[in-house]
Design a protein around this ligand. Structure first.
Ligand code: ADP
Ligand code: MG
Length: 636
């Protein structure tokens, strides 16, 4: 046997890792103490991927395959203190080595790093790393040197990649590469020598990798080979024979997450198109759920041959689902792009989406507590479906859960809302904004509270969009309470509420409103007396024809709307502040009036959770007012 631990070849070129990688290495190696065994899961998953790639290439006549079938070998060598993971899969060219192991080109990894940086203070990085797949680099948790010997299927040249995982790696030609595939040799650190024990390794494989669709054997000197996994595809087995742990382990392998699936859906579709499907709803949010580069987690198999790990089987709003589909009806073509365009796939996609929505509805009915967790994690992407996929709108309306002004605990459905409509109520009212707490305290709600009218409080960014495109629910349109004039005059007061004394819009009030408008100039499109306020002095609303204020903010932020759309200032004429303002008379009061009007506007902004236009200026003016008020008190 050739020595695979020779010192670096003189001809080998040394290359530094990219900065990302150096940072990741450092984090991985220094943060993981408890979950260190996950390195094996990562290496086995790469080995299995490599076998499945070659299985595809040989099935489509592009490359030869090993005569005795695909397998993964884990070799333990107590003398050399090495653990090797050997596969007879597709192998790597020099370029593959450089791009696969030398840099992190993969956007998922970059998003992970960013998330890690921003979340570092809140969660231990150990907990974070433990939750995500971290790939080949996890080798350096247990090894102080890693050698990779590899040969690309169909090519004669073999390579050796070698690194201590610190700052650089070398790549050189090598005659020690296996005939097919890759041998990853870990030179174990002294504190990781427990991984030289077959029993230890077998239990890790059984726990993390038994569902991998390639057989796995553990080989140790002086002992017989032990097959620890038979490589049968889990999804093709009868459901009754599969344990929850086996499902969980497959889910973790495919999704790269470490949590438990909240929902496992396994079925065999019969009829026009037959396929096996296995879908998992994760138990927690994937870290890159809102990253635009998030890749799908859909695996498409054609008769057990993996065709794509990024199959276009789910709409973007189901991007959190981990899905495996195995079909006999899809043509196995050399070009994955052609496979993706197969009409059969369109039909499968439709069936899969329908089934997932159906199972979610079932969960909502049978286990509301569990369902509310799912909704808390994935309600936001699901709501994207409300405007992206009108065909699914009714099903999604059935799944949607809301927090409302009358039900701050949440869990409200649109059906609940409509069943509890007040007499003469003609619309479904909502309030959108970025901050759920600010919404619940919004002055806009005052008039609706007095009439016992429920208002949906929508705080996901996507909410502003679907409410503006949805036609309504059960014949009731959606209506923003910050847009236009409220139409709740005909709704009777709630029990226990007394009619507020409606301040008269007399000449002095009308003059006051006109003066405020003149003073505020182009900060407002109009100033008017409010019907919706009870305790607050003022609030801002969108004019009748303008989009809802929350939506306007998002559109202006995206440069899609002229930011010059001015709000309407509504004032509460019954409020002491407005009364006092209307009573200000005389030539000396002009400055005071102007300053007070400005502050009324600023305070309305603040009450909505917005920053005022010129915060330092507002602070300065408020301090002046307080100083004067206090001095007045001291004098009295
Ligand atoms: P990921 O598996 O998520 O792509 P990894 O860090 O695990 O990330 O692996 C990086 C890349 O290196 C893989 O995408 C693959 O191209 C290549 N690679 C790793 N291990 C093997 C292997 N045993 N055989 C062939 N290619 C491999
Ligand atoms: Mg991997």
């Amino acid at each position: 046997m050739t020595d695979q631990t020779v010192s670096p070849d003189a001809a080998a070129t040394e290359r530094p890792f990219q900065a990302d990688v150096a940072r990741l290495l450092d984090l991985v190696v220094h943060s993981i103490y408890s979950d260190r065994e996950i390195f094996l899961r990562e290496l086995i998953s790469n080995a299995a991927d490599a076998c499945e790639k070659l299985r595809f290439e040989s099935a489509t006549g592009q490359a030869p395959a090993p005569a005795d079938g695909f397998r993964i070998l884990i070799e333990l060598d107590k003398d050399k203190k090495t653990l090797s993971v050997v596969d007879n899969g597709v192998g790597m060219t020099r370029d593959d080595l450089e791009s696969g192991l030398g840099i992190i080109a993969n956007s998922g990894t970059r998003a992970f790093l960013e998330k890690l940086d921003s979340a570092k203070d809140k969660v231990s990085s150990e907990a974070l790393i433990g939750r995500f797949g971290i790939g080949f680099y996890s080798s350096f948790i247990v090894a102080d040197r890693v050698d990779v010997f590899t040969r690309r299927a169909g090519q004669s040249q073999g390579w050796r990649w070698s690194s201590d995982g610190k700052s650089a790696y070398t790549v050189a030609e090598s005659d020690d590469a296996p005939a097919f595939g890759t041998r990853v040799v870990l030179h174990l650190k002294t504190d990781a020598e427990d991984f030289l024990e077959p029993a230890r390794v077998e239990s890790v494989v059984a726990e993390h990798s038994a569902g991998v669709p390639v057989p796995i054997t553990v080989r140790a000197a002086g002992a017989e080979d032990r097959k620890v996994s038979d490589g049968a595809a889990l999804w093709a087995r009868p459901r009754g024979e599969i344990t929850p742990d086996q499902y969980k382990e497959l889910y973790q392998n495919v999704s790269g997450q470490f949590d438990e699936p909240a929902l496992t859906i396994h079925w065999r579709a019969e009829g026009r198109h037959e396929f096996d499907a296995l879908a998992f709803i994760p138990g927690s949010r994937p870290f890159d759920l809102f990253s635009p580069e998030r890749k799908g987690r859909s695996r498409l198999y054609v008769r057990r041959v993996l065709v794509s790990t990024d199959a276009d089987l789910l709409p973007p709003w189901l991007r959190f689902v981990t899905l495996i589909v195995d079909s006999a009806d899809v043509p196995l073509n050399v070009s994955r792009e052609i496979v993706q365009k197969s009409p059969v796939l369109g039909a499968i996609r439709k069936a899969v989406v329908g089934r997932i929505l159906q199972e979610l509805a079932k969960l909502a009915e049978n286990d509301p507590a569990k369902y509310s967790e799912v909704w808390a994690n994935f309600g936001a992407p699901l709501k994207e479906g409300l405007y992206e996929d009108p065909e699914r709108r009714d099903a999604l309306f059935g799944l949607a859960r809301f927090i409302s002004s009358t039900h701050p605990e949440g869990g409200r459905t649109l059906a609940h809302y409509v069943a509890d409509l007040r007499p003469n109520q003609t619309a479904i009212y909502y309030l959108t904004g970025a901050d759920a707490e600010a919404l619940a305290a919004s002055p806009h709600l005052e008039g609706f509270r007095a009439k016992g009218v429920e208002v949906l409080l929508l705080s996901d960014p996507v909410d502003a969009f679907w409410v503006s495109t949805a036609v309504g629910f059960e014949g009731k349109p959606f209506r923003s309470i910050t847009q236009g004039a409220p139409d709740i005059a005909n709704i009777p007061l709630a029990e226990g509420q007394t009619e507020r004394e409606k301040p008269e819009l007399d000449a002095s009030a009308a003059t006051c409103i006109a003066r405020i408008k003149e003073t505020l100039g182009d900060r407002v499109s109009d100033v008017r007396a409010s019907d919706r306020l009870a305790e607050s002095a003022a609030c801002l609303v969108a004019s009748d024809l303008a989009p809802d204020r929350a939506l306007a903010k998002i559109l202006a932020g995206a440069g899609r709307l002229d930011a010059s759309m001015k709000p309407v200032l509504e004032v509460n004429l019954g409020h002491p502040l407005l009364r006092a303002l209307a009573a200000l008379k005389g030539p000396d009061s002009a400055d005071t009036f102007a300053e007070a009007s400005g502050l009324v506007f600023d305070l309305a902004q603040i009450a909505e959770g917005e920053a005022p236009d010129h915060a330092p200026d507002v602070a300065r003016r408020l301090s002046n007012w307080m100083a004067r008020a206090l001095a007045g008190n001291a004098g009295a």
